[in-house]
Design a protein around this ligand. Structure first.
Ligand code: AMP
Length: 189
């Protein structure tokens, strides 16, 4: 089983590179952000709750997001592995993921940290907002999301280093070049 955590700040290219990983390795993909946006679109109670947090650039409570993740994980059958995109985002979530996988006799294989300079993240996200119309890709909310990333999410870098799962990926360059570095790291597993 290939359990990959794709990690990085908002705008680091997690979604783009996840799609390539899915294509090459035939594993399942969980993007908690995509799940929440689908709930918002469907107008569910969860979607209404999620919208409040997303529009403010804040994280949803850990318990809520961990429940969502557990049920998505359970929906995969005969899976060759999973790429976790946008999860975990806090130490509590990383610990919960470790337990969830251990209960299934599995573990995280690797954590890929897409490292992109802050000014480049800003440029990419503003451009994405103009193209996709994603409501949280506006300058004010992007700034909040980056603050949240530095305070709540980036401590996971040291956490995964301690777990011996950390892999730095240079997130600047061509999509192909970045993917080549990712594939090299995965193929070594
Ligand atoms: P993303 O598409 O991964 O950038 O996520 C968009 C937004 O969804 C985030 O800014 C959070 O508000 C929310 N979200 C997504 N994943 C998580 C998570 N693992 N924990 C808490 N909130 C999340």
């Amino acid at each position: 089983m290939l359990n990959i955590v794709i990690f990085g700040a908002p705008g680091s290219g997690k979604g783009t590179q996840s799609a390539r990983i899915v294509e090459k390795y035939g594993i399942n993909h969980i993007s908690t952000g995509d799940v929440l946006r689908a709930e918002i679109k469907a107008g569910t109670e969860l979607g209404k709750t999620a919208k409040g947090y997303i529009d403010q650039g804040q994280l949803l409570p850990d318990e809520l997001i961990i429940d969502i993740l557990a049920s998505t994980l359970d929906s995969f059958q005969d899976s060759k592995g999973v790429i976790f995109d946008g999860f975990p985002r806090t130490i509590a979530q990383a610990e919960a993921l470790k337990v969830m996988l251990a209960e299934r006799g599995q573990e995280v294989s690797i954590m890929l940290d897409l490292d992109v300079p802050e000014d480049e993240l800003m440029t990419r996200l503003i451009k994405r907002g103009q193209e996709s119309g994603r409501a949280d890709d506006n300058e004010e909310t992007i700034k909040k999301r980056l603050v949240v990333y530095h305070s709540q999410t980036s401590p996971l870098i040291d956490w995964y280093k301690q777990e011996g799962k950390y892999q730095h990926i240079q997130g600047l360059g061509t999509m192909e070049g970045i993917f080549a570095e990712i594939a090299e790291a995965i193929d070594k597993l």
